[in-house]
Design a protein around this ligand. Structure first.
Ligand code: DGT
Ligand code: CA
Ligand code: CA
Ligand code: ZN
Length: 573
């Protein structure tokens, strides 16, 4: 049996997890995760090219030693390095690490200080008040951890999957299902573009449900059939993801899509409005008595309820129904509104493509501008730029702008915010730039008050434009820095600074709720990809999806403006 790309990726990710708990340097850990992502996204089979290490090495971002490891995995299905790591680190620690509120470094500390080895140990220690005595853990953190454990146990310990990972699995499956099933639609949290999804809910129309379900369970990625019926069939895929397929007829398809898109709380709120009008709503339609008044489309059901069409991303019972009643639904931002990307790296630091390659890739995206934001010197692991090297890059950017016809490359930097709130590069060089992106990369565990003050102080620098990945969280791995986000947002607004929605699917930072809060405060945001590869420029859609979940409109996001206007916004008083 050839080893699937996905299986290779899974092993690389497990190595990364274990190294992460061991406290390996984060760039080494990231190299495994990047390799895993690249491989699982490839269409050619790695095993087919495994005889030829050179070929593996020529995959962008994969160096010689990584290629050797990949070759070993594809040949043997495993790798000795992984066995060694598994001996050193109990698998149950990985489970703890994956709690968003814990993450790798806290897992290590808890293991060293309190000998915690399982979720159960963790829960007991938290309840006994032992954890809040460990340095770096406050009462609030412990509360959050307990809440997350509770939710985790409710789901039977099964792990939620990130939106883009689900997308990689769903894409080919939809193509396959479409061969024998009509109007295949993905509903559930995936359609609402939630940052993580628990399982996948697929709907379809068929005159022959038996044949449709048979086709479904024969899909090559299906590992196990959990339940098989004519209206609903559930399977587990090789990747561990559960998929439910439900078959409906045309007359009720809109009602079914509405019902299974959810969210549950949105559905409940709709049903309540229905009751006020003496309607009954279920997955087959909207009824008065036994008479079906609507069901074919979502839109006609919303209409019968006296509501405008509510976009799936808004269906979380966060005020959308009230807004729909009053005709005040937002006109949500779309990927087409984005005029340029304001965070991208090059080979000058830890990016994998040159300035020229990144510029050309952004031009292909149809952008009007691209900001090159390489790291500053404090981020030594990434080869961060000092004043001199940044000056060299500025000249290269000017040179590039003479060459590029359809895009403007912006002189920029991702400057580190030091522990005391000062910036890692002097004003003399910052003032030469079109924009300055600022970010925290070290001292992530400061107290809430210190972390907040650090950011507020940084914003006092008149060249500070954008706070990148503002909370620092990594989905499923690391919760954000402890800080007073409301205070930071208000101050950013007063000072003419902006916060970023980082579109990297592992970050999505700010998240949807913070995006909504920013809008309520009147603070404008950027949506940027933080691309380290040319292909990463495509992450924009994930950032835009979260922005939509946060009710953002075109005007709430500054990189929807043409450069002439954006330029003015970046000049602080
Ligand atoms: P997930 O899978 O945890 O990421 O979240 P969802 O939203 O996909 O939830 P899921 O898969 O349990 O159910 C899909 C949709 O079906 C959900 O969004 C709304 C609908 N639904 C499920 N259970 C109920 C229920 O008990 N009442 C109502 N009104 N709707 C439900
Ligand atoms: Ca679901
Ligand atoms: Ca489901
Ligand atoms: Zn960064």
């Amino acid at each position: 049996m050839p080893v699937h790309n996905k299986e290779i990726a899974k092993i690389l990710n497990e190595i990364a997890d274990l190294l992460d708990i061991k406290g390996e340097n984060e760039f080494r850990v990231r190299s495994y995760r990047n390799a895993a992502r690249t491989i699982s996204g490839m269409t050619e089979s790695i095993t087919q090219m495994a005889d030829n290490k050179k070929q593996i090495q020529s995959i962008p971002g994969i160096g010689e030693s990584m290629a050797e490891k990949i070759e070993e995995i594809s040949r043997t299905g495993t790798i000795s390095q992984l066995d060694k790591l598994r001996d050193q680190i109990p698998a149950s620690l990985v489970e703890i690490m994956k709690l968003e509120q814990v993450g790798p470094s806290r897992t290590r500390i808890l293991n060293e200080e309190l000998n915690i080895e399982s979720i159960d140990d963790l829960k007991k220690a938290a309840e006994k008040g032992e954890i809040e005595k460990v340095e770096g853990f406050g009462k609030k953190t412990v509360e959050n951890i307990l809440r997350e454990i509770e939710e985790y146990s409710k789901k039977g310990g099964s792990k939620r999957v990130k939106l883009h990972e689900a997308g990689e699995v769903i894409g080919p499956m939809i193509d396959y299902l479409g061969k024998k099933i009509d109007d295949v639609t993905v509903a559930g949290s995936y359609r609402r573009k939630k940052e993580t999804v628990g399982d996948i809910d697929i709907l379809g129309i068929s005159k022959d449900p038996v044949r449709a379900m048979e086709h479904f369970v024969n899909y090559e990625e299906v590992e196990r059939v959990l339940a098989k019926g004519e209206t609903k069939t559930s399977v587990k895929l090789r990747t561990g993801l559960q998929v439910d397929l439900r078959i409906f007829d045309k007359q009720s398809y809109g009602a079914a899509i509405l019902y299974f898109t959810g969210s549950k709380s949105h559905n409940i709120a709709l049903r309540k409005i229905g009751q006020e009008k003496d309607y009954k709503i279920n997955e087959y339609g909207l009824y008065k008595g036994n008479k079906r008044l609507a069901g074919k489309s979502e839109k006609e059901i919303y209409e019968k309820l006296g509501l405008g069409y509510i976009e799936p991303e808004l269906r979380e019972d966060r005020g959308e129904i009230d807004a729909a009643k009053k005709g005040l639904l937002p006109d949500l931002i779309t990927p087409g509104d984005i005029k340029g990307d304001l965070q991208a790296h090059t080979t000058a630091t830890d990016g994998k493509y040159s300035l020229e390659e990144m510029s050309e890739a952004a031009e292909k995206m149809g952008y009007e501008y691209l900001a090159i934001t390489d790291h500053s010197k404090k981020v030594a692991m990434a080869g961060g730029l000092d004043e001199k090297r940044l000056a060299v890059q500025i000249r290269e950017i000017d040179e590039m702008n003479r060459k590029m016809k359809n895009i403007r490359i912006l002189r920029a930097v991702e400057v580190d915010i030091l522990e005391d709130g000062s910036l890692d590069l002097p004003d003399e060089i910052l003032k030469e730039l079109d924009l300055v992106v600022c970010a925290v990369h070290y001292n992530m565990n400061l107290s809430k008050r210190k972390q907040t003050r650090r950011i507020l102080r940084a914003m006092e620098n008149p060249y500070f434009n954008i706070l990148a990945h503002p909370t620092g969280r990594m989905i499923g791995k690391r919760s954000g820095y402890d800080m007073d986000m409301e205070e930071i947002m208000k101050e950013a607004k007063n000072k003419g600074c902006f916060l970023e929605i980082n579109s990297n699917p592992d970050r999505l930072d700010l998240n949807d709720q913070y995006a909504k809060q920013a809008k309520e405060i009147g603070l404008k945001l950027t949506i940027s990809t933080d691309a380290h590869y040319t292909g990463n420029l495509e992450y924009m859609k994930y950032g835009v999806a979260q922005a939509r979940r946060g009710w953002l409109e075109k005007e709430d996001v500054i990189n929807t403006r043409p450069w002439k206007e954006l330029k003015k916004l970046l000049k602080r008083k």
